[in-house]
Design a protein around this ligand. Sequence first.
Ligand code: CA
Length: 86
Amino acid sequence: MDRKCDGSFDCPDKSDEDKEDCKMVQIPKGYMKTVPPERSNQEKEHPDSNKTVVAVKIRLVKVTAVNELNMEINTMIRVFKSSINK
Ligand SMILES: [Ca+2]
């Protein structure tokens, strides 16, 4: 996947650099990136049928700053993918 649309032909059929698939994403006017997409009717009727379960492990590497006045802590974490089940 990381070789798709990278400007170099990696697939024998050159499909990884297909001009139709390598266009810039066009974001519709009014798109709000903080609002998740609406669920389809199929997802509403069968909410668990289309879920992918991803298990992750998170390791706290270090606390980089503590701001008691603002009740904030800054941390460095490392996220590991543990397993994916569908
Ligand atoms: Ca490529």
